[in-house]
Write a protein that binds this ligand. Structure first.
Ligand code: PLP
Length: 485
């Protein structure tokens, strides 16, 4: 937000330089630059423009007409007129004496920057697109208690520049957590705390590029984010097919690339869990070729019907860069993740992290460390797991009831499934049009494959996220989808 009402709380030094200080309003509404005759119109135009563009966000309280007039060095009447005109147009609301606010209905859409992992409008009650946990399950009370404890406990010196690899207590807590829950072979020295899998991949990509690599293998079907993140680091993505056991090692070897991104716990998006044999073959490929496997364990914490399958990293710690985050277990908005680098890359990764941002925020790292060591992380996973299992079952049953003959796969783990609907609901473009008309957001598997395959047999295959939806919303939305047929 460019400007908001200055409160004395924000401006503790009383120097008027807070977010809503004079300079901010002058920049936002430069009406005094206009000739005197057109100043009123210029002020109204600038104000309208600021609301439409989102620079003045819905809910922002504007200064009193007296304050704004003084800040902009215009007459108070000009400001009163501008407020009255914009209120009449619906951009502002408020009554004499109660303040003036930017209304929510009229602010133009503030377009999020498109790109990997960008915030978007996901998460509505009829939105099956994958990628989000249930954000309402974020453990606010436990997190805020941990925050208070951390702020009380941390010495002043802890607020200096951190070790770019992360706080020692967090790296120790992660070492224990990842060894215990995911079978990762790790020592604190090789853990780098970062802002999610996205940054972990960028760091690895940059290190590989420094070492002369120009290509990286990605899964097909796979996450477009992998391709985009490595492209941003200067590496071309080479798609390699995934079959029902995982990434095809022969096809990988045939590409001649020396690094490959894999999602073995719950392949994204197909939901396949890499078999033990396939894991072994890939580990062999890495050892024999001197290649690197970049393991994205994005939803490895969630497993429902069978014993957890450990991380691939445990099989070949010297040849796997393991990456994960709290984005599915707590919330993606925390932007906290980790990278366990193989010994030979650890120093270069740490150096890259240092030049990129000097390390993650100290308090959030300390809170996560406290949260993990206090047992809250395990508790949160147990709670989510219980609820997500119910939601997954609800989705599978609703699909079977409303779309008889559907096959639901990839259900053993993660936060999404693949639903293959019988050909009578196809072809895919017709199905997607019907879903859009019903107001239900879905993503076809074909969106995630470079080869574009999957839809030729007339079957509709959907990648359906369910964790963020209540059982009632899942029921209702599947019924809505079915109404089109
Ligand atoms: C395949 C995959 N990996 C990783 C992530 C998470 O990235 P991050 O940890 O940066 O939030 C996502 C997010 O949806 C994803 O789809």
């Amino acid at each position: 937000m460019a400007a908001s009402r200055t409160t004395s709380d924000d401006d503790v030094d009383g120097d008027g330089a807070g977010a809503g200080g004079t300079a901010a309003w002058e920049l936002l509404l430069p009406s005094t630059a206009a000739p005197a005759r057109s100043r009123g119109r210029a002020l109204q135009g600038a104000l309208r423009d600021a609301v439409r563009s989102g620079r003045l966000a819905p809910g922002t309280q504007l200064p009193s007409s007296r304050e704004l007039a003084a800040d902009l060095r215009v007459s108070r009447g000009l400001v009163t007129d501008a407020y009255a005109q914009l209120t009449a147009e619906g951009y502002l609301s408020g009554r004499q004496g109660s303040g003036t606010w930017v209304t929510s209905a009229c602010a133009g859409p503030v377009a999020p920057a498109p790109g990997p992992f960008a915030a978007d409008d996901r998460g509505g009650p009829a939105d099956f697109r994958p990628g989000l946990p249930d954000l309402s399950l974020f453990p606010r009370a436990a997190w805020s208690a941990a925050h208070r404890r951390v702020l009380t406990r941390l010495p002043h010196r802890a607020f200096g520049y951190p070790d770019p690899r992360g706080l020692p207590e967090l790296r120790a807590a992660l070492t224990d957590l990842l060894a215990r829950r995911r079978g990762v072979a790790v020592e604190p020295d090789r853990v780098v705390v970062c802002s999610g899998v996205a940054q972990a991949h960028t760091l690895i990509g940059l290190v590989l590029r420094d070492r002369g690599e120009r290509r990286v293998a990605v899964e097909d079907p796979g996450s477009p984010e992998h391709t985009a993140l490595f492209a941003a680091a200067g590496l071309e993505a080479v798609p390699v097919p995934v079959d029902c056991d995982g990434l095809d090692p022969a096809a990988l070897a045939a590409t001649g690339v020396r690094a490959a991104v894999v999602t073995p716990a719950h392949q994204f998006p197909s939901g396949v869990a890499y078999t033990a044999r396939r894991r072994g073959e890939l580990a062999d490929w890495a050892r024999e070729s001197g290649g690197l496997l970049i393991e994205d364990d994005y939803d490895g914490d969630f497993r429902y019907d069978r014993a957890p399958v450990g991380a691939l990293q445990g099989l070949a710690p010297g040849r796997v860069a393991y990456t994960g985050s709290v984005s599915k277990s707590l919330a993606p908005g925390l932007r906290l993740g980790w990278l366990v680098a193989p010994a030979e890359l650890a120093a270069e990764v740490a150096a890259r992290k240092r030049t990129m941002d000097l390390g993650n925020a100290v308090t959030e790292q300390a809170v996560l460390a406290e949260f993990i060591s206090g047992g809250h992380y395990d508790r949160q996973l147990r709670r989510c797991q219980r609820l997500y299992r119910i939601r997954r079952n609800t989705l599978a049953e609703a699909l079977e009831r409303h779309f008889p003959g559907s096959q639901v796969s990839g259900i053993a783990a993660g936060l999404h499934v693949i639903a293959a609907l019988p050909a009578r609901y196809g072809p895919e473009p017709r199905f997607l049009a019907a879903a859009a008309a019903a107001g239900v957001a879905v993503r076809p598997l074909s969106d995630y494959t470079v080869r574009g395959g999957g839809a030729e047999d007339g079957q509709v295959r959907l990648v359906m996220g369910y964790a963020h939806l209540s059982p009632a919303d899942i029921e209702r939305s599947v019924a809505l989808l079915a109404r089109g047929f």
